[in-house]
Ligand binder design. Sequence first.
Ligand code: ADP
Ligand code: MG
Length: 294
Amino acid sequence: MTTQTILDVKGLSTTFARGNSALKAVRDVSFSVREGEVLGLVGESGSGKSVTLRSLLGLSRRYGKVSGEVRWMGQNILSLPERKLRPIRGGEIAMIFQEPMTSLNPLLTVGVQLTETLKAHTDLGRAARRARAIEMLDHVGIPDPASRLDAYPHQFSGGMRQRVMIAIALAAEPKLLLADEPTTALDVTIQAQILDLILSLADEMNMGVILVTHDLGVVAQTCENVAVMYAGRIVEQGPVRQVLRAPRHPYTEGLMRSVPQDVPPRTQLYSVPGTPPGLDACLPDAPLRRAARM
Ligand code: ADP
Ligand code: MG
């Protein structure tokens, strides 16, 4: 089966002015994403991952100088005026961030935020938007979705807020999701659940994903291809197994020391096997299996 390339990035560079000098945050970066593909983008903090994602959506050009090509469905969207880019951003290409509180509006109910997205990016009427909003909350695993429409972001736990953000991002059925460290702020049990959710929805919708993380273990378990960023450049990219088996860049090699080896792509995320011991079992050193606060 051949799948279509939906995003093709060529020679993308983003430079910010810093006093008299220039900070080259992204340097001549090229990569592509196919329909339904999950691409991992890894690299240490400050290596340019977030700026790369923001540059794809035309957000970095507000603060810096962006050059190169970002071909979306064959069209270079970097050359589009803001007016024409807006329906693509949030509609065809959605983005979710590390900390949902910074991208959810604390003053609006989640129902309003969901239906705003639907209003902006679909032709659905009022009643259909409400129905779709409920369906999306249900889809991301929020119990009693109809009544939760009227709740505000602060009335959800961290994991639930992240689910709300995913519901909003995916409401308009984007073809590509930019996920910028979407689980870093969450505790480990919830991280795995949220990642599983993102990846199973992506699979269901045949949506491409760029998954930014500093965790090569996550990439090994979830992505088909990986690009490794270092100081603004992609220093290594290719099929995950190939890159992990024979890293060519010293930075990748360094990253890998802390990562489980030989994990095939799209493997279920690791979870503690077996059933937890009864509370009366006498196992002083056994790790406690934390109940998911979901
Ligand atoms: P990360 O890989 O951790 O996501 P970033 O892409 O956020 O890294 O940042 C890359 C570099 O660009 C950092 O040095 C950061 O300080 C700088 N940077 C990011 N956004 C801006 C901005 N709007 N103006 C100036 N410098 C920025
Ligand atoms: Mg970042």
